[in-house]
Design a protein around this ligand. Structure first.
Ligand code: SAH
Ligand code: SF4
Length: 426
């Protein structure tokens, strides 16, 4: 979502005369868009900021801003810790950046971490364009009301909020007109989407996907991240029937232990997750399942961890993201008995080894199959292009006739460490 937000900021600032540069020493303003989900991500902000000190010495007029969830969570504490920062802008105030920057003169610090009444998306300037090639993100929903005991999202991104259908369709059309072929719908809890529809009713994510499917020139639709409890029957059915909806689903479970799931306030158990995955696979048998796991959540015993390993074996993941539990100030789990760091590290390695095996075995099974690849960029070698299959596997093909942005049928010839290689099908 931060990638998407950064694009929106850059497009909006473009309307105010700013131009983007990738070279910090050329910049009049540097914005550090930050993540607060785990401690490591938040701490990285301060080491990054330190690197800008010399630039500001050379060019005192340089403005340095911190945006994103660290800005939201820490506010002007950031300026106390790193006085070279001029502006702090929370995720709901990005439409104000140009004004805040204009006021950030003569050492006047600007802080905007409000949750305003107005929807920033309806006032953010700028036209959407294919900034990063033929695959683009589009935020449809922000915030979360679920309050999992480990998570900062409800505090940093605020309450769950869905954008109106019309705005999303309009933005998708702008992206497609500029060359985008694949759109990934984003939300911290995207399948809880319930935006105002043009018919005056609230639309579900599935209904929104069916509407997006009608856009000519848009070939692929994906969405992330979902909560198991919001996987409604119409969304499961869409996975079976909607041609443009790709056979890939990121559905985090976090743990396989019912005791831990309860302590996490996840409001689902391991059995309901397993049966949900089986329903989804009934609708779309070849779907690739991806997940998120937290190891070493407070009070997690060896038995609880083994329950997570068993669940992983039962599901067979094609992809997964796993993390050691990180204490986040202000969340309920931060106050509980913590699992020792070395235990967390050992469990994480064990879990990641298992996931890697599953991932590789699913990837290896693609050899000999024909997949459809959207080519996103040039590769390291002459005439090599890199793209993504329907299942989100990276696929490289060496062929001078292909261009970035094209969708082609590819026969997979080889499974590498983290990618597949193939050649165009005849
Ligand atoms: N809405 C999604 C997750 C969004 S946060 C869901 O409900 O699953 C992305 C991932 O970060 C989470 O799935 C979780 O695995 C991880 N995460 C969040 N808070 C964390 C914490 N305090 N420590 C470790 N991992 C965390
Ligand atoms: Fe965080 Fe996801 Fe739980 Fe919401 S549902 S609190 S975003 S982990």
């Amino acid at each position: 979502m931060n990638v998407y937000d950064s694009e929106r900021m850059s497009e909006a600032l473009g309307e105010d005369g700013y131009e983007e540069t990738l070279n910090p020493s050329e910049a009049d303003m540097i914005l550090l868009n930050t993540c607060h989900i785990r401690e490591k991500a938040a701490e990285k902000v301060y080491s990054e900021l330190g690197r800008f000190k010399d630039l500001k010495t050379v060019k005192p007029s340089l403005k340095i801003g911190v945006t994103g969830c660290v800005a939201q969570a820490e506010g002007d504490e950031i300026i106390k810790r790193q006085p070279l920062v001029d502006l702090i802008v929370g995720p709901q105030s990005y439409h104000n950046i140009a004004d805040l920057a204009a006021n950030a003169v003569d050492g006047k610090k600007q802080v905007d971490i409000a949750f305003p009444e107005e929807d920033k998306f309806s006032v953010l300037k700028g036209k959407r364009s294919a900034q990063r090639g033929p695959s683009a993100f589009l935020t449809v929903q922000e915030g979360c009301d679920k309050f999992c005991a480990f998570c900062v999202v409800p505090y940093t991104r605020g309450a769950e909020n869905s954008r109106p259908v019309i705005r999303i369709i309009d933005e998708a059309k702008q992206l497609v007109q500029s060359g985008v072929k694949e759109i990934t719908l984003l939300g911290q809890n995207v399948n809880a989407y319930h935006g105002d529809g043009p018919d005056g009713n609230e639309w579900s994510l599935a209904k929104l996907i069916w509407e997006l499917e009608k856009i000519d020139g848009l070939d692929r639709i994906r969405f992330t991240t979902s909560h198991p409890n919001d996987m409604t029957p119409d969304l499961i059915e869409a996975h079976g029937q909607c041609k443009k909806l790709m056979p890939y689903l990121h559905l985090p479970v976090q743990s396989g232990s019912n005791k831990i799931l309860k302590r996490m306030n996840r409001s689902h158990d391991a059995e309901s997750y397993v049966s949900l995955i089986s329903k989804i696979r009934d609708a779309r048998p070849d779907i690739l399942i991806s997940g998120d796991f937290i190891v070493g959540f407070p009070e997690e015993t060896e038995n609880d961890f083994n329950d997570t390993m068993s669940l992983i074996k039962e599901i067979e993941y094609g992809q997964a993201f796993s993390f050691k539990y990180s204490t986040r100030p202000g969340t309920p789990a931060a106050e509980r008995d913590q699992v020792p760091e070395e235990v967390k590290t050992a469990r994480l390695h064990q879990l990641q080894d298992l996931i890697k095996q599953q991932q590789k075995s699913i990837q290896d099974k693609m050899v000999g199959r024909e997949v459809q690849v959207l080519f996103e960029r040039t590769g390291r070698f002459d005439n090599q292009l890199v793209g993504k299959s329907e299942y989100l596997h990276a696929v490289n093909v060496t062929d001078p006739t292909i261009s970035v942005g094209e969708l082609k049928q590819v026969k997979i010839m080889k499974s590498n460490a983290n990618s597949l290689s193939g050649s165009l099908s005849n």
